[in-house]
Each structure stands twice: as C-alpha cells, then as structure tokens.
Design a binder for this molecule. Structure first.
Ligand SMILES: NC(=O)c1ccc[n+]([C@@H]2O[C@H](COP(=O)([O-])OP(=O)(O)OC[C@H]3O[C@@H](n4cnc5c(N)ncnc54)[C@H](O)[C@@H]3O)[C@@H](O)[C@H]2O)c1
Ligand SMILES: CCCCC[C@H](O)CC\C=C/C=C/C=C/[C@@H](O)[C@@H](O)CCCC(=O)O
Length: 263
C-alpha cells in the first residue's frame, strides 16, 4: 500500500482493513492465514505513530513500514522488493499517495499520476502471473475530480482524470495479456484530511475561485473515511470488478460506466 498514512486510510485503517481480512485472503491460495501489510509513505513521523497503534493491535510480524517517495523509482523498487523479501508476495496494491497544490502543478502530476503509473509497473514485476507472480489487484485512489472537472483545480483534475484513464486502460491491457491482475480506481468526494485543509492556499492562481469550491463542498458534503475504506475493499474483494471507477458520495457509492468513443 502506498501513501496510506495521514488522511483517508490512516484513521479507519485498523477497523476496516482487518475486518475484510477473510475475504481478501480467500482471493489467493498463497496468502497464508493472515493479512500482512506494508505501509509505504514519505511521511515518517505520521508513520511511526500509526505503526505503534497497529503493532499493539496486530503484532509486529504482520506490519512493515518503509519510507518511500513515489517520485523516486529506486525507492519504490526497493520498497516492493523488501516487501517481497519480508512477506513473500504482494497481492494488493493501493496507490493512494497524492497531493494538491495548483502552484506546483508539475509536482502534482509527478506524484498523483506518474507515481501511480510507476508503482503499478513496478508491482507488476511481482504480481504478474507471466512473471511468476500469483496475480492480484491494484486500486488507484483517483477522485470525483477524476470524473468531472474541479474548476479551481485544473491540473489536479488532469492528474485524477489521468489516473482513471490509466486504470481503465491498464485493466484491459492486463486482462488481454493474461497478467491475472485486476486494476480499479476509487473516486471519493471531499474527505476531511490534510489534503482538504487550507484550500485557498492550494488553489494557487485559481484562489479567486475559492468561494465556488466552498459551494461545491456544501453541495456534495463530506465523505466519511470509513466509507472510502469500505469502497476500497469492495474493489479488492469483488472479483467481477476490473477497470471499475467507484464513486464515493456522502450518501451512496456507485460505479461510473466507462465511456467509449463509439457510444
Ligand atoms: N481528501 C479528499 O477530499 C480527497 C478526495 C478524493 C481523493 N483524494 C485522494 O486521496 C489520496 C490520499 O489523500 P488524503 O486526502 O488522504 O491526503 P493526505 O495529505 O492526508 O494523505 C496523502 C498521503 O500521501 C503521502 N504522500 C504524498 N506525497 C507522497 C510521495 N511523493 N510519496 C509517497 N507518499 C506521498 C503523504 O505523506 C500522505 O500520507 C490522494 O491521492 C488524494 O488525491 C482525497
Ligand atoms: C479543493 C478541495 C480539493 C479536494 C479534491 C478531492 O479529490 C475531492 C474532490 C471532490 C469533489 C469534486 C467534484 C467535482 C465536481 C465537478 O466535476 C462538477 O460535476 C460539479 C458540478 C456540480 C454542480 O452541479 O454545480
């Protein structure tokens, strides 16, 4: 799991993650009797606090924290190899790392989109059945802004549209190639996390559009983190879901049908 500390996954991690353990373990024959988790993130401070909590609940042998910057190929490669060496396999990858700052838009593309592509290609070296892997599932955290434009965040919107498009194409490429790896994406609405704080400062040249964004927040409301984690597990455990974009609203979650140019 990448970028899973502060924010969406951190708060609900233990309650939801282990509640779905049996369903997740049932997907692969080589998983052993318990779910093991590698938490990769560049935020070591937050990691240490979460790891202490999880270790008390689930034991050190099932958890691994690895400092990893998704912008750095060698760090991602090393983190996946360490995970393989420690746990013997990788069956689920969640590409969750993401940032929002329209002033540093190249970095946002590098983390939010290029980082997802990089981690996907590197994990396939271990997951892909054609390379000796056991298959698996990849869930990329996109956003509702990956489906419809968030006017005040044009490049964030582009990065998330890219994640949705990459997910759908990678899913089809994997299926047609026989990799045995499903690829889905999560599209949550607004969630109260670090990324959602101090919004005007994050809008850069579009800070004058902050009021419109606030109206959108009031219109859509705030999604609870547990709703996002539950949606994540639906994409992991439902083997019929491949190339899916699951939208998570405050009151419901629903799938966004793929659009074809011949529709
Ligand atoms: N908060 C929302 O309203 C919302 C809604 C929809 C989607 N999302 C997406 O959810 C994901 C998680 O964001 P969040 O809201 O929890 O924000 P957050 O800032 O609380 O968490 C983001 C996590 O990603 C990590 N990260 C950032 N850059 C990284 C890098 N280069 N390498 C490795 N880790 C890195 C951070 O350390 C942090 O742990 C992001 O992809 C975000 O775009 C957020
Ligand atoms: C500034 C906060 C950024 C948070 C980014 C997160 O990824 C959450 C994005 C959440 C919602 C995005 C909604 C986008 C909606 C638009 O595409 C458009 O459909 C809105 C039209 C609404 C209306 O009818 O007025």
């Amino acid at each position: 799991m990448i970028g899973a500390f502060v924010g969406i996954f951190e708060a609900q991690f233990s309650q939801c993650f282990w509640a779905h353990e049996e369903a997740a373990l049932g997907l692969w024959t080589d998983c052993g009797s318990s779910l093991q988790v590698a938490l990769l993130d560049m935020n070591k401070t937050e990691a240490e606090s979460l790891m202490q909590t999880l270790t008390k609940q689930y034991g050190q042998e099932r958890l691994l924290f690895l400092h990893c910057d998704v912008e750095q190929e060698e760090q991602v490669k090393a983190a996946f190899q360490k995970t393989m060496d420690t746990f013997g396999g990788i069956h689920i990858l969640c590409n969750n790392a993401g940032i929002l700052n329209e002033s540093t838009w190249e970095k946002m593309i590098s983390v939010n989109l290029v980082g997802v592509i990089r981690a996907t290609y590197l994990v396939l070296e271990h997951m892909n059945k054609l390379k000796g892997g056991q298959g698996g599932v990849i869930v990329n955290t996109a956003s509702l802004a990956g489906i419809g434009p968030l006017v005040s965040c044009p490049v964030y919107t582009a990065s998330k549209h890219g994640v949705v498009g990459f997910t759908r194409a990678m899913s089809a490429a994997s299926a047609l190639s026989g990799y045995g790896v499903r690829v889905n994406c999560l599209c949550p609405g607004f969630v109260q996390t670090g990324l959602f704080s101090n919004i005007p400062a994050r809008l850069g040249p579009f800070s004058h559009l902050k009021d419109g964004t606030q109206l959108l927040v009031e219109k859509f409301g705030i999604v609870n983190m547990s709703q996002v984690v539950e949606a994540f597990f639906e994409l992991v455990t439902d083997e019929t879901k491949d190339g899916a974009a699951l939208l998570v609203f405050q009151q419901e979650r629903k799938y966004m049908p793929a659009v074809s140019v011949t529709d």
